[in-house]
Design a protein. Structure first.
Length: 151
């Protein structure tokens, strides 16, 4: 092993979240409530990445994320890669992509929107995936996915 390689323990079963933008690594950990788990969690930041320059990586032993958790993740850090590990082998790789509709995850930034004044789920249509533009289903206000507040 080269001297500049970092040794991180392999996990037997669980999920490795890779290609996280470095500045979002701890937000991803918080969003997924990793601090509440009782299984080992390894969080790494500022690793070199050919794809994005610098990246974060999170290894979570004995945890497989639900579709709802993955949807939330897609808003905060689209294009991360989930590696599903079973018996120390990657059995599946999933690139997290922002869905066409985002329900109950993001808060509308229009204070007059009905979703901010009535007890109901928000609903956004992703009108421009490349630039991360969301449009509220109810008030039609557009928002930048990088500046949204999660519910």
């Amino acid at each position: 092993m080269a001297k500049n390689e970092i040794m991180v323990t392999a996990i037997e079963n669980g999920t490795v979240i890779d290609h996280i933008p470095t500045e979002k690594t701890y937000e991803v950990a918080s969003l997924l409530h990793l601090q509440e788990l009782t299984t080992p969690v390894t969080i790494g930041c500022n690793y070199r990445s050919k794809k994005i320059g610098r990246k974060g990586i999170i290894k979570v032993a004995d945890k497989f994320f639900t579709d709802e958790e993955i949807s939330r993740l897609s808003v905060l850090a689209p294009n991360v890669v989930l590696n599903i590990i079973k018996d120390y082998e990657v059995v599946e790789k999933k690139t997290v992509i922002t869905p066409d509709d985002i329900k109950g995850i993001v808060k509308c930034n229009n204070p007059k929107c009905i979703t901010n004044n009535e007890p109901m789920d928000t609903l956004f249509h992703v009108v421009d995936k490349e630039n991360g533009i969301l449009k509220c289903h109810y008030c039609e206000k557009e928002q930048d996915i990088n500046k949204v507040e999660l519910v």
